[in-house]
Ligand binder design. Structure first.
Ligand code: URP
Ligand code: ZN
Ligand code: ZN
Length: 459
């Protein structure tokens, strides 16, 4: 078989196992796998001593975002270059429907912001904030336009994001018949707002009170409520950024009953605990849901290993150290979120595979194959199989490097994983058969990424 490109002699990782093979690429797609050393092509890449994985799919990033008065450092160009440097070939960001506006307006606006700038392929979840008969009528068109999953926030009223249960249920009922999926930022607003007010009144303003005001209970209650509403509506439900053991129990129970319920956790929950909030720079670690204890972290790893958590995402929200510090005098004013799109793979490899918490095939599932299946991108994305897009990442499992502020592509000014010695760094990222990043250098151009029209999921 002749090919445009051959990735030769690598250890190829699939969700079902690992094999030594050559990968043959033609016309941007995988042509096939062949015995190691047997492939011939116009361009040969020697992957000896390297692991070859499907390109990462990070289905939860926030590029070019404004939130709580701050703006992300990453826009669609720099964010997607950072993503490629981290081994990702696809990201899914969000299109915001502003209150009083249509959903299609939100989707069109975001595509204008992204299309000519992205370096990875990308998709969009629609953030629904204004649900009424007119916007519900838009749902079939929105799903057909490729935003087959939506995000609804049960918190953040000040930011004009929060949706009440009635309209949320209406939205689920509208999504179900057209193959749409509802994704939830699940926290109980009443419990949280009450606790925030209590802490502020007592002068308890340090970052640790961010975590104390958003307990696991608030998350678990909202996940259980979301599951009840979704089951009634017959709508697939995805829980974004899950970090509560009992909430994971509820997801597992729903899955065991055959409900289309899925959830992701994030690299920061797998790598960090609430101890970070007691550091002098604890404000840098404020995100929602917050970091919790080591037992919760162990439970999240269990969920990744079992597959109950179908994806590990970065939830990349790159507010600079300066921007985070502006709110540091009171935890409720710190822009929520941390950067991480470059860190997902070395963290999963080192803390997961090297530390024996997950296997390499389980990493592949959480890193790429699971997200592709959950978010309507398979079979083109998420696997190294004939006919799939030739989205690949090569990692060197023998080279160890320290994570630092300069591991970011942009001037973020801090790194949540600063000082961690990690292995499994990407040495080459290939997007649809093109070498897009080699040894950290971006070799492509803005706008080379494509918008992905994602399929819906069956209820
Ligand atoms: O704290 C977080 N997760 N910030 C990003 C926005 C979101 O809710 O995903
Ligand atoms: Zn969220
Ligand atoms: Zn997010």
């Amino acid at each position: 078989m002749t090919a445009d490109l051959v990735i030769a002699n690598g250890t190829v990782a699939h969700p079902a196992g690992v094999e030594k093979a050559d990968i043959l690429v033609g016309d941007g797609r995988i042509l096939g796998l062949a015995d190691p050393g047997s492939g011939r092509g116009a361009r040969m890449v020697d992957a000896t001593d390297h692991i070859v994985l499907p390109g990462g799919i990070d289905p939860h990033v926030h590029f070019l975002i404004g939130f709580m008065g701050q703006r992300s450092v990453y826009d669609f160009y720099s964010g997607t270059v950072a993503a490629l440097r981290g081994g990702n070939t696809t990201v899914i960001d969000f299109a915001l429907q502003r209150r009083g506006r249509t959903m299609i307006d939100g989707l069109k606006h975001r595509r204008v912001q992204a299309d000519r700038h992205v370096a990875t392929d990308y998709g969009l979840h629609l953030i629904a904030t204004d649900i009424n008969p007119a916007t519900l009528a838009e749902i079939p068109a929105i799903v057909a336009a490729g935003a087959s999953s939506m995000k609804v926030y049960t918190v953040y009223e000040k930011e004009q994001l929060k949706v009440e249960d009635g309209p949320l249920h209406d939205l689920m009922r509208a999504l179900a018949p057209v193959g749409g999926m509802l994704g939830l930022h699940a926290e109980n607003a009443s419990l949280i707002d009450h606790a925030i007010a209590r802490h502020l009144a007592a002068g308890e303003v340090a970052p640790r009170f961010h975590a104390l005001s958003r307990p696991g209970l608030a998350e678990t209650e909202a996940v259980q409520r979301g599951l009840l509403l979704a089951q009634d509506a017959g709508c697939p439900l995805h829980i974004f950024h899950l970090n509560s053991g009992p909430a994971l129990d509820a997801i597992e129970a729903a899955q065991a009953c055959g409900h289309a319920a899925s959830a992701e956790t994030c690299t920061h929950y797998l790598a960090l605990t609430a101890e970070q909030y007691d550091r002098p720079d604890g404000h840098l670690f404020v995100m929602s849901p917050p970091l919790r204890d080591a037992a919760t972290q162990d439970r999240m790893w269990e969920g990744v290993a079992s597959g109950a958590l179908g994806a590990v995402t970065s939830d990349d929200a790159s507010y600079s150290a300066e921007a985070k510090a502006l709110g540091a005098e009171s935890f409720d004013r710190i822009a929520n979120g941390v950067p991480g799109v470059e860190a997902r793979l070395p963290l999963l490899y080192t803390l997961g595979v090297e530390c024996g918490r997950i296997t390499l095939p389980q990493l592949v599932e959480a890193w790429s194959t699971g997200p592709a299946r959950l978010f309507g991108l398979a079979p083109e994305k998420g696997s190294i199989t004939p006919g799939a897009d030739a989205d690949l990442v090569l990692i060197d499992p023998h080279t160890r490097r320290r994570m630092g502020v300069d591991s970011h592509y942009g001037p973020i000014g801090y790194n949540p994983y600063d000082g961690m010695d990690l292995t499994g760094w990407p040495s080459m990222t290939i997007r649809r058969g093109e070498i897009a990043v080699q040894d950290g250098a971006f070799l492509g151009k803005p706008g080379q990424g494509r918008f992905l029209v994602r399929r819906g999921r069956d209820a």
